[in-house]
Ligand binder design. Structure first.
Ligand SMILES: Nc1ncnc2c1ncn2[C@@H]1O[C@H](COP(=O)(O)OP(=O)(O)OP(=O)(O)O)[C@@H](O)[C@H]1O
Ligand SMILES: [Mg+2]
Length: 267
């Protein structure tokens, strides 16, 4: 693997399709496989990564780094059960639109680190003027609904125009007749389908417990899909799959994470 981190933008044109859920769990699965992972919340309006991961609220996060008030490493928090570093959003901060020079500085700091993967969770939509050259690729998340899928193709066209590689994750498949079939999405979307993830009860449970679904139930259908996706990325970059670290076999880390999560529940 190259020494620079591989930076993935987790995105969608339409809101509420599962970007944060995919970002949190892909980060977790990549980390259990043995990768060093940085997870960034760049949703300045509704930051929620900290909540999903169960890392403490803080007044130092991505905004402090962009404003030059803190370094990336000082502002990032460690997610104890996995070791993932989390650059969360400041919950009480004002909405912030980063300038190009602030983003350039952030990405140049990221490129000096030794993370294997940097996952950036984004707010819905895109800004045509966004400079996205820093990203290795973008994941576009969609649900099997027409409005979401057409929005995904519009975002794909935007990425094509700026020559940013992209792949699609279809989330919340319920296998209902009224849903778009993956074949229909394939016809609409001119690109690589990376994963099809089911609607799964493990997600609301995990959100309530502030523990990634991949830890709550690694055998759930959702976790299996995420694991396959993480394996694809890891294989692509030449890592060995480390069974010892996987929560499928890491019984104790799973128990500890759940105890910590239950303790935090309601906080
Ligand atoms: N596979 C799934 N199964 C069940 N519930 C899911 C699944 N994926 C996401 N959800 C639920 O859907 C809602 C939206 O998910 P999430 O917050 O990840 O979306 P988002 O795209 O990040 O939203 P936003 O655009 O507001 O940032 C949440 O309540 C989440 O728990
Ligand atoms: Mg989100």
């Amino acid at each position: 693997m190259s020494s620079k981190p591989y930076i993935i933008r987790i995105s969608s044109q339409k809101g509420g399709v599962g970007k944060t859920t995919v970002a949190v769990n892909l980060a977790t699965a990549l980390s259990f496989i043995g990768n060093k992972v940085l997870l960034i919340d760049s949703d300045f309006i509704n930051p929620s990564i900290g909540f999903h991961m169960g890392v403490e609220n803080t007044n130092t996060g991505i905004r402090s780094v962009l404003m030059g008030k803190s370094t990336l490493e000082n502002a990032a928090l460690t997610h104890a059960p996995t070791g993932i570093r989390v650059l969360a959003g400041e919950i009480h901060a004002k909405t912030h639109t980063p300038t190009k020079s602030q983003l350039d500085r952030l990405f140049s700091e990221i490129n000096k680190t030794t993370y294997n993967f940097v996952l950036v969770d984004t707010p819905p939509g895109f800004f045509p003027e966004d400079d996205l050259k820093a990203f290795g690729e973008a994941i576009i998340v969609t649900t099997p609904e027409m409005s979401s899928a057409t929005a995904a193709t519009r975002l794909a066209n935007h990425y094509d125009r700026i020559h940013l590689k992209h792949g699609l994750v279809m989330n919340r498949r319920k296998n209902k007749k009224y849903e778009l079939h993956i074949k229909e999405i394939e016809e609409m979307y001119d690109g690589n389908i990376l994963a099809v993830l089911p609607e799964d009860e493990v997600i609301p449970t995990s959100v309530a417990e502030h523990i990634p679904a991949y830890i709550v139930d690694p055998k759930s259908e959702f976790s299996r899909g995420i694991k396959e996706l993480a394996n694809k990325y890891t294989t692509k970059f030449g890592f060995e799959y480390d069974l010892k670290k996987d929560p499928d076999s890491g019984f104790f880390s799973r128990i500890i994470a759940r105890i910590v999560g239950l303790f935090k529940r309601g906080n």
